[in-house]
Design a protein around this ligand. Structure first.
Ligand SMILES: Cc1ncc(COP(=O)(O)O)c(C=O)c1O
Length: 378
């Protein structure tokens, strides 16, 4: 057991690299050989391949998932003080970009079982300043997009899907049509941070849309607001995906469904082993296919369990220990403890277990047996 304990990781980027080493090394070497480090044919090809994978008209690669959110918001021509409704139970980038652009984040609490924004509570927060709903498909599962889209249409609001954690997830819409997350609203955003389900070897991101006008604007914004070099029609930023990162992503995209299938198998294993434990709740799969970016349990005595596992060589992470409305960065909004009780409750109970495309049954068996021991012997 000693060997296994040493090897358990939250994410195994090295193991994944070794399984693709030849393909990745030669893709990177090709970029170096070409010396086309910025934009160029490889970045273009990645965009096309992602359009095909996602069944979406436009994929615009950019520097990272935070930029993707910012560029999406910039493309909508919003006015200072306009409101963007989002979740307080997410990574800070989601709300940070709203604030950077002089807009106001308005939080709506999440559903306890999916960790995603509670669409049924959205309507209460809509007023004449509301312009955008920004749901996050957290941990690998879609938000309740049917209801979100219905409300957005009723109130003429844009929808930007923060799809940083859920590339590959599918949602069956009311119409019966299967759609990838990130292609349901007006714009979707992706992060290719190394530990994401589709991750590169540095920073990377992309913006997705079916809308011609928005696509053109976002392409311009990524390139200092220009279509033609040195002619700047609007104010933009410099947000590009490096060709080396695009080369890595092109290799990994071919394997993404296999990686996601492995994650799903690992989630099924955890479910089967852990669902009988009364003190913890395994994650549900309410909206379409789950790609398990994280396998996150809700559990009693969370911090004690985390330490117990750590002592036995098992890493775990708390995503997220403090909901955004209680973070110093958003204190100016005047939110208080108790305003979003489900997010607050989750921040005290969530624990993400090791989950990646290389995890083995032996590792999972050890992790699960230690969790069971903790709850039976403590
Ligand atoms: C939900 C969510 N949104 C946005 C981001 C930002 O992506 P990046 O780190 O690529 O800027 C992340 C990345 O961690 C994320 O998890």
């Amino acid at each position: 057991m000693g060997n296994i304990v040493k090897e358990i990781r939250m994410v195994d980027l090295k193991g994944q690299y070794l399984s693709l080493q030849e393909e990745i090394d030669s893709a990177i070497a090709e970029v170096i050989e070409s010396t086309q480090f910025i934009n160029g044919p490889i970045v273009k090809s990645l965009g096309k391949e992602l359009e095909e994978y996602l069944s979406c008209k436009h994929v615009i690669p950019c520097a990272n998932g935070t930029d993707a959110l910012m560029i999406a918001l910039m493309a909508l021509d919003l006015k200072e003080g306009d409101e963007v409704i989002t979740t307080p139970f997410t990574f800070v980038a989601t709300a940070e970009t709203i604030v950077i652009l002089g807009l106001k984040p308005v939080f709506v609490d999440v559903e306890q079982d999916t960790f995603n924004i509670d669409a049924e509570k959205l309507k209460d927060k809509i007023n004449e300043k509301t312009k955008v709903i920004l749901p996050v498909h957290l941990f690998g599962q879609s938000s309740n997009m049917d209801v979100i889209m219905e409300i957005a249409q009723e109130h003429s609001l844009y929808v930007i899907e923060d799809n940083a954690q859920s590339i590959g997830a599918m949602l069956e819409q009311k119409t019966g049509k299967l759609k990838r997350t990130g292609t349901i609203g007006n714009i979707g955003t992706l992060s290719f941070f190394p530990s994401k389900n589709l991750g590169c070897y540095g920073d990377g991101g992309a913006i997705t849309t079916d809308d011609e006008y928005l696509a053109e604007r976002m392409r311009m914004i990524c390139k200092h607001g220009s279509k033609v070099k040195y002619y700047h029609e609007i104010v933009g930023v410099n947000s590009r995906l490096d060709a080396i990162q695009a080369a890595v992503l092109r290799v990994k995209l071919k394997h993404l469904d296999t990686f996601n299938a492995h994650r799903l198998g690992a989630a099924n294993y955890y479910d089967a082993e852990l669902s009988e434990i009364a003190e913890l709740k395994t994650p549900n799969r309410k909206y379409g296919t789950h790609v398990f970016h994280q396998y996150t349990i809700q559990c009693k005595r969370r911090d004690e369990l985390k330490n117990y596992l750590k002592e036995r060589g098992i890493p775990s992470m708390i995503y997220y220990p403090v909901p955004l409305h209680l973070q110093g960065a958003f204190a100016y909004l005047g939110n208080r403890e108790g305003d979003y009780p489900i997010s607050e409750h989750l921040s005290k109970q969530v624990l993400s277990l090791p989950m990646h495309s290389e995890i083995t049954k032996e590792e999972q068996s050890y992790i699960c047996s230690e969790i069971k021991k903790f709850y039976t012997s403590n």
